[in-house]
Write a new protein. Structure first.
Lengths: 283, 271
C-alpha cells in the first residue's frame, strides 16, 4: 500500500467515525459531568448551568446514596462470584467436548443473550411470586405450609443477575480455556501431578485472563443494573442504578442524577484498570 | 486424553445443569402462554386465546411496529459506522489518537445502560436548547441513541472478521489502480458481508430489546415495545405478556440460529 493511499484512507475512514463517536459518546458523557455541576430548578429542562459541588456534597452526605453504592458493589461482587462458580465448569466442559459438538454447545450459551433481557427477568417473576410456580409446587407436595418469600429481596436480585449475565462469564472463559494446550496438562499428568493439582497449577493460572474478562463483563453492568433490582428486588437494599433512575424520573433532579452517574462511571473505571494490569502481568 | 478425563467426569453433568438453569424458566414461560386460565400458575388446558388477544391489542401492535422500525434504522446507521470503525482498527495501523478511538468504542459496551441513557438525554436536551431540535423526542431520537450503542458491537464483529481475512486481495485491487474507496466498496465490503450482516442483526436485536436507553431519551409520544411491556409487567403478570414473550423468543431464536448456521458454513467453506 502506498503512503499516499494510507494517509487518504486514514482521514477518509477515521474522521467520520471520530465525529460520530465524539457527538454520540464523548460529548454526552462530558455533558453529564457539566450538568452534575449545575443547580436544580423548576424550569424545563429542570436545571441551570453552574459550577457548584453541592450535588456531590449531597450524594456524599446522604447515607441513602452511599448505602446504595455499597449495596450495588456488594451484590454485583457476590453475583459475579456465583457466576464464576457456575460458569467455569460449563466453559471447561464445552472446551473439553468433542470439536464437532462445541459449536452447538456455544450456541446454546449465546442464545439467551439474544432473547429479550426484560422477558428473562419476567420469567423469574412468574416463578418466584408468592402464588408463583415454585411456591405452588412446594405447597402442593407439602414442603411449605405458606408461601415462601422468594421475590422482592436480595436473594431474587442475585438470582436475576446470575441468570441474566451467566453467558457473559462463560464466553470469555471458554475462549481462553479452548486455547490452552492439552499437551501442557498431559505433561503435568505424565510428571505425576494428580488431576486436581494439574488443574490448579496449570489450567487455572493459564485461564486467569478469561476469569478477569468474564468477571468484568458481569460485575460492571451488574453494578449499574436497573431492571433486575426494580422487578425482583425489595425496598430494603436499594441499588445505585435504580436510585439514580428514581432521582431522574421521580424527583426530576437532573444535577443529582448526573452527579451519581459521574461517580458511578468513575468508580467503574477502577476495576477496568485493575483487570488491564492483571492481564498485562499474566501474559 | 484419558488422563485429562480423570476426576472430570462430573463436568458434563454441570454443563447440563447450567443449561437447565438457563432454559427452564423460558420454557415454562412458553408453556404457560398456551394456558387457558388467566392465572399464570394454574394449568387449565391448552388454548391460543392469549395470542388472539395479543393480536387485538392495538397499543401492543403499534409499539411493536415502532420498535421494529427504530431497530431497522438504528442497526443500519450502526452498520455503516461500525464497519468503518472495525476497518480502521483492523487495517489502518497506528493512526492519530487510536487509543482514544478504541476507548470511545469500548465505552458504550461496558458502561451501565442507565449512564448511557442519561448521557444521551443530556445531549439531546442541550441540542434542543441550542438549535431547537429535537423538540419532540420520537422515532429518530431513539434510533440515533440505539445506533450509538450498536456501533460498538458491529465494530467488534467486523474487526474480528477482518483480522481473519488476508489483506492481499485488497492490496491487489489497490495495485491494479482502484482508489481506496473503490477498493473498500468493491473488495472489502463484499468479503465482509457475512460479518456486517451478523453485526446488523445484533444491533437490531439490541435495539429491539432495549428498555433503559429508550426510557431516558423517548418523549411522551414514543412508547417502544419494551417500554410498554415494562409498564404492564410492573402492574402484574399477564398471560398476554407470556404470548408476546413466546413470539419474541421463538422469532429471535430462529434468526440467531440461521445466522449462526450461515456463519459456520462460511467458515467451513473458507478453510
Amino acid at each position: 500500500m502506498t503512503a499516499a493511499w494510507a494517509a487518504r484512507a486514514r482521514t477518509g475512514f477515521v474522521a467520520p467515525v471520530f465525529l460520530w463517536l465524539g457527538l454520540t459518546v464523548a460529548a454526552p458523557l462530558a455533558l453529564v459531568f457539566a450538568v452534575s455541576l449545575g443547580e436544580s430548578t423548576q424550569g424545563a429542562p429542570p436545571f441551570e448551568w453552574s459550577l457548584t459541588l453541592s450535588n456531590y456534597a449531597l450524594v456524599f452526605s446522604d447515607t441513602l446514596y452511599i448505602g446504595a453504592f455499597a449495596n450495588a458493589a456488594r451484590i454485583a461482587a457476590t453475583s459475579t462470584a456465583i457466576c464464576l462458580l457456575i460458569g467455569y465448569p460449563m466453559a471447561y466442559a464445552i472446551a473439553r467436548a468433542p470439536e464437532r459438538k462445541r459449536g452447538f454447545l456455544l450456541f446454546l450459551v449465546i442464545l439467551p443473550f439474544w432473547t429479550s433481557f426484560l422477558i428473562r427477568v419476567y420469567a423469574w417473576m412468574a416463578l418466584l411470586r408468592p402464588t408463583g410456580l415454585i411456591n405452588s409446587a412446594l405447597q402442593s407436595v407439602g414442603l411449605a405450609s405458606e408461601p415462601l418469600e422468594l421475590i422482592a429481596n436480595e436473594f431474587a436480585v442475585h438470582l436475576g443477575i446470575v441468570y441474566a449475565y451467566l453467558p457473559f462469564m462463560v464466553l470469555p472463559l471458554y475462549s481462553t480455556l479452548e486455547r490452552i494446550e492439552g499437551s501442557l496438562v498431559e505433561a503435568a499428568h505424565d510428571l505425576g501431578a494428580t488431576p486436581s493439582r494439574a488443574f490448579w497449577r496449570v489450567t487455572f493460572p493459564l485461564s486467569l485472563p478469561g476469569v478477569a474478562a468474564g468477571c468484568l463483563l458481569v460485575f460492571i453492568p451488574a453494578t449499574g443494573e436497573f431492571v433486575i433490582p426494580d422487578l425482583l428486588g425489595g425496598p430494603d437494599t436499594p441499588m445505585i442504578g435504580r436510585v439514580m433512575w428514581l432521582e431522574f424520573f421521580q424527583n426530576r433532579d437532573w444535577p443529582v442524577a448526573c452527579a451519581i452517574a459521574t461517580l458511578l462511571a468513575a468508580s467503574l473505571a477502577l476495576p477496568v484498570v485493575i483487570a488491564d494490569r492483571l492481564r498485562a502481568t499474566t501474559r | 486424553m484419558s488422563g485429562m478425563q480423570r476426576g472430570l467426569s462430573w463436568l458434563p453433568t454441570a454443563l447440563a445443569a447450567g443449561f437447565v438453569f438457563l432454559y427452564l424458566p423460558i420454557l415454562l414461560l412458553i408453556l404457560f402462554s398456551f394456558n387457558d386460565s388467566r392465572l399464570v400458575t394454574v394449568w387449565a388446558g391448552f388454548s391460543t386465546r392469549w395470542y388472539a388477544e395479543l393480536l387485538r391489542n392495538e397499543r401492543m401492535i403499534e409499539a411493536a411496529g415502532l420498535s421494529l422500525g427504530i431497530a431497522a434504522v438504528a442497526a443500519t446507521i450502526a452498520g455503516v459506522f461500525g464497519t468503518l470503525a472495525g476497518y480502521a482498527l483492523a487495517r489502518l495501523g497506528a493512526f492519530a489518537l487510536r487509543p482514544l478511538f478504541a476507548l470511545l468504542l469500548l465505552v458504550p459496551m461496558v458502561l451501565p445502560e442507565v449512564i448511557l441513557g442519561l448521557s444521551m438525554l443530556m445531549s439531546f436536551s442541550a441540542l434542543e436548547r441550542l438549535i431547537g431540535w429535537p423538540a419532540e423526542r420520537g422515532f429518530l431520537v431513539v434510533a440515533l441513541a440505539h445506533a450509538t450503542y450498536g456501533t460498538a458491537f458491529v465494530a467488534l464483529i467486523v474487526e474480528a472478521r477482518l483480522r481473519g481475512l488476508d489483506p492481499a486481495m485488497e492490496e491487489a485491487a489497490l495495485d491494479l489502480g482502484a482508489g481506496p474507496l473503490r477498493a473498500f466498496l468493491r473488495v472489502t465490503v463484499p468479503m465482509l458481508a457475512p460479518a456486517i450482516a451478523s453485526g446488523w442483526l445484533l444491533a437490531f436485536t439490541l435495539s429491539l430489546d432495549d428498555l433503559v436507553i429508550a426510557s431516558f431519551v423517548a418523549g411522551p409520544g414514543a412508547t417502544t415495545l419494551p417500554m410498554l411491556v415494562y409498564s404492564s409487567v410492573r402492574l402484574g403478570l399477564s398471560p398476554q405478556i407470556n404470548a408476546l414473550a413466546t413470539v419474541l423468543v421463538i422469532s429471535i431464536g430462529l434468526l440467531a440460529y440461521v445466522s449462526a448456521r450461515r456463519g459456520a458454513q462460511r467458515r467451513s467453506l473458507s478453510t
